[in-house]
Design a protein around this ligand. Structure first.
Ligand SMILES: CC(C)(COP(=O)(O)OP(=O)(O)OC[C@H]1O[C@@H](n2cnc3c(N)ncnc32)[C@H](O)[C@@H]1OP(=O)(O)O)[C@@H](O)C(=O)NCCC(=O)NCCS
Length: 148
């Protein structure tokens, strides 16, 4: 049984957060958590959360809630999602998407977006599996949209 929940970052869980792969300089389809946290620090609309299972840190998700953004794809949705290696394949990513949908509804959104690298070994199959539909392209990435 899992006991997944989202928690805010704090001084006690920061080290565990930034230990989630990838590390700085590592080639990957998502930025290192330490970069996302730095971006959150300078982006008031960013909404970073750790994903915790009981006491174990199993992932990191960052939404962006910016309803007035000039670019419609950036008005609300998932900006980053990193699941820890040992926790992949047990529903952590799906849980994070569900919690972001819940937060979106609470904020009055009717849909969320996410951008992903379309490479074969990227996260596309995951996003399609959890309900996103391909709705466009932006900056060389695929745009996915999910009604909430
Ligand atoms: C992509 C990622 C977030 C998926 O997280 P996860 O916790 O392993 O995914 P889940 O266990 O919640 O999987 C949900 C569903 O998607 C499927 N799925 C997950 N990854 C998949 C993949 N690479 N290919 C095909 N299906 C996949 C699962 O089989 C599952 O299907 P099911 O519900 O029918 O069993 C995770 O692998 C990850 O962090 N990857 C590296 C970083 C990344 O690419 N992040 C996204 C950048 S925007």
């Amino acid at each position: 049984m899992s006991n997944l929940r989202l928690v805010e970052l704090d001084a006690d869980n920061l080290a565990a957060a930034i230990s989630i792969p990838p590390q700085m300089g590592e080639k990957a389809y998502v930025a290192p958590v330490v970069v996302s946290i730095a971006e959150a620090y300078v982006t008031p609309t960013a909404w970073p959360r750790l994903i915790v299972d009981d006491e174990e840190v199993v992932g990191f998700v960052m939404a962006n809630w910016d309803p007035d953004n000039d670019i419609p794809e950036f008005r609300g949705g998932i900006w980053r999602l990193n699941v820890a290696e040992q926790a992949k394949g047990r529903g952590v990513g799906r849980f994070a998407v569900e919690k972001i949908c819940e937060e979106a509804r609470r904020r009055g959104y009717d849909k969320i977006t996410v951008l992903w690298d379309p490479s074969d070994d990227g996260p596309e199959q995951f996003y399609l599996k959890v309900g996103f539909a391909r709705t466009g392209e932006l900056f060389g990435e695929t745009v996915g949209t999910l009604a909430v």
